[in-house]
Design a protein around this ligand. Structure first.
Ligand SMILES: C[S@@+](CC[C@H](N)C(=O)[O-])C[C@H]1O[C@@H](n2cnc3c(N)ncnc32)[C@H](O)[C@@H]1O
Length: 366
């Protein structure tokens, strides 16, 4: 395995993200159709690499340093094969269910022994919260939703967030008069302090390169999700506030893509390794989903890894990635090798339902 800066700092022995908190609709629109090509994706929980199958590539190479994250992908592949779409939603936690233990058994039946053993141990968590609720990040949101949110808002107010409001004025009025109370502002400040988030949600190492206050950032992004966009269409906000999905679902979990993803899952090439290792194989790709991995790197390492990725990219390949707080865009040393797709970025940023990110980047190799 190639060395990777973050690997030495953060522990990868448990599921960190049990579902993708990056909007696959935005990702796929940024990459564009890729018939017959090769795409590369960070795995995380697997959802976005699966969504990339809808772009019709010959192959999606999926990489992650973490065996637990790879196990999330293998569970999904088994579930797509063994379950009907409504059953899949129950297993993942989008919908309530009393039969998740049975669904889990069926989903892992075709997977390897390690994956089966891994999920068997997590069965109680899956039964309680769904497989999409079994990560540390989701546990963090659950503590927020179960124990803290009720101190601030009634169930009725929470439900009212997701009543469709046709225009921005009505949404702004709801946020300003019903939701953004002093109690809510206090909760944001305490819960989204860098200290608490580092202890309970993300590994502290991930904040080494982050500037500014996390709670101010979250407050700005909530306005984007609640006013600029329509909360009734936002599955991520729905999960954070209610620990399940409403009518709106993340792209990969929607019925319209279920058959396509199931039929193309043999095009996935899963590797438990650093993304940097893909480069050393000499293979080339036509597009990269880089998640927000650059944010976890120091600027020098970022410039180095960016250069390695360019050397494994075919002309016209797009590098797609997010930044939450640390600014990362093509490093100066490589600026002449890519073209920023600003119009596309701006259009997609405005619709990004995974609202925590402050920046979304699409750079195309010349
Ligand atoms: C970058 S993290 C971010 C996830 C996402 N932003 C979220 O909030 O759900 C996604 C995954 O990247 C993996 N990862 C980080 N750096 C990597 C690298 N250099 N090579 C391969 N995987 C990496 C981590 O193991 C993790 O599972």
């Amino acid at each position: 395995m190639q060395s990777s800066e973050i690997a030495g700092k953060a522990r990868f022995d448990h599921i960190r993200y049990a579902q993708l908190w990056e909007d696959a609709d935005v990702l796929c629109a940024a990459l564009g159709p890729c018939p017959g090509g090769t795409l590369v994706s960070i795995c995380s929980a697997g959802d976005n690499a699966l969504a990339m199958l809808t772009l019709d590539p010959a192959r999606v190479v999926v990489v992650d340093l973490s065996p637990a994250q790879i196990a999330c992908m293998r569970l999904r592949i088994g579930a797509f094969q063994a379950l009907e779409h409504p059953e899949f939603l129950e297993l993942m936690g989008s919908r309530p269910s009393t039969r998740r233990a049975d669904l889990l058994t069926r989903a892992v039946a075709s997977t390897d022994a390690d994956t089966q053993a891994f999920w068997q141990e997590l069965e109680p968590l899956v039964v309680a919260h769904g497989a999409g609720g079994a990560g540390r990040f989701e546990r963090y949101f659950r503590i927020f939703q179960r124990y803290l949110l009720p101190l601030v808002h009634s169930r009725r107010t929470i439900e009212d967030i997701f009543v469709g409001r046709p225009d921005e004025t009505a949404r702004a009025e709801f946020l300003d008069t019903r939701f953004n109370t002093w109690r809510w502002r206090l909760l944001l400040k305490v819960f989204f302090s860098n200290f608490v988030m580092g202890r309970m949600g993300r590994d502290k190492a991930f904040f080494d390169h982050v500037d500014g206050s996390l709670s101010d950032h979250v407050a700005r992004r909530i306005r984007h999700a609640a006013v600029t966009c329509d909360p009734s269409e936002n599955p991520y906000l729905h999960w954070i506030m209610t620990a399940t999905h409403g009518e709106a679902l993340p792209m990969t979990w929607r019925a319209e893509h279920y058959g396509t993803i199931r039929d193309r899952s043999d095009r996935l090439d899963i590797r438990q390794d650093a993304l940097e290792a893909f480069v050393s194989t000499g293979e080339k790709a036509d597009g990269f989903n880089l998640s927000d991995m650059f944010e976890y790197m120091s600027p020098d390492v970022f410039a180095d890894v960016y250069g390695q990725i360019l050397s494994a990219a075919n002309p016209g390949a797009r590098l797609v990635y997010w930044n939450m707080m640390a600014p990362r865009r093509v490093p100066e040393t490589h600026a002449d090798k890519v073209m920023r797709q600003q119009e596309l970025e701006d259009a997609l940023k405005a619709t990004d339902k995974a609202f925590f990110y402050s920046d979304f980047v699409v750079e195309e190799v010349r």
